[in-house]
Design a protein around this ligand. Structure first.
Ligand code: KIV
Length: 258
């Protein structure tokens, strides 16, 4: 379905979600793909980065999302430590995700380094989405969340990795925080869809972290983020109003009681 969209030049719409209620809303709004990202580590669990979230936690988030999404493709992130050890471990983790969540695919970060694991997971009949560019699970290797692949060597490696993931059989690749020209080149060279987050507009689709685009995380404002709501402010206003209403005995009124 996604590669057909690419062939027809239809942009693919992707958002993250981590729970049933949000997944239902995104699904009925018409989103094509929901990624249960390991960004859950920060936005759901409050950890500083995406490293601490566990496979068990990701399975909990992904199964909630899968119950809420009747139409959209649900892709579950493989968390840090669940696939880097060896390909057997990677397969076991991917099998758990598929058996216990109802997601239709998994996503893993990296190129050549994880090729053996990707192959083994694909050989088990599990669709895999790649993730290159800024790969937050490697934050301690990079030391920064700055734009990736700005120099020629890294850009070349990224394209090589993208081609490799395509050859192995991945059905799509997320490219995060890279120069727009490189995103465009990858989308042009590859047959599988390239989904960008901070990779410019000339890719095959876009993904944003739901909490960021809804304005639930006001402290996070990278250049690539478009904020569609300021939900943090709206919720604060609603909660303050509720507190006032309860304190002044305005709530509940005659119509709100039995
Ligand atoms: O963890 C995440 O939310 C992601 C998305 C940016 C795709 O990987």
């Amino acid at each position: 379905m996604l590669s057909a969209m690419k062939q027809k030049g239809e942009k693919i719409t992707v958002l993250t979600a981590y729970d049933y209620s949000m997944a239902r809303i995104l699904d009925s709004a018409g989103i094509d793909v929901i990624i249960v990202g390991d960004s859950a580590s920060g936005v759901m669990a409050g950890y500083e980065n995406s490293l601490p979230v566990t496979l068990d936690e990701m399975i909990g988030y992904a199964s909630s999302v899968a119950r809420g999404a009747k139409r959209a493709l649900v892709v579950a992130d493989m968390p840090f430590g669940s696939y880097q050890g060896n390909s057997r471990q990677a397969l076991d983790s991917a099998v758990r995700i598929m058996k216990e969540t109802g997601a239709a695919a998994v996503k893993a970060e990296g190129g050549r380094e994880i090729a053996e694991s990707v192959t083994r997971i694909l050989n088990a009949g599990i669709p895999v989405m790649g993730h290159l560019g800024l790969t937050p699970q490697s934050i301690h290797k990079f030391g920064t969340y700055a734009v990736r692949a700005q120099d020629e060597a890294e850009a070349e490696k990224l394209l090589e990795d993208a081609h490799l993931l395509e050859e192995l059989g991945c059905f799509g690749i997320v490219l995060e925080k890279i120069p727009a020209a490189l995103g465009a080149k990858a989308a042009q060279e590859l047959k599988i869809p390239i989904i960008g987050i901070g990779a410019g507009r000339h890719v095959d689709g876009q993904v944003l972290v739901l909490h960021d685009m809804l304005g639930l995380n006001p402290d996070f404002s990278p250049r690539f983020l478009r904020r569609y709501l300021n939900l943090s402010e709206e919720i604060t206003g609603a909660v303050k109003q509720y507190i006032r209403d309860v304190q002044t005995c305005d709530f509940p009124n005659d119509n709100e009681q039995y």
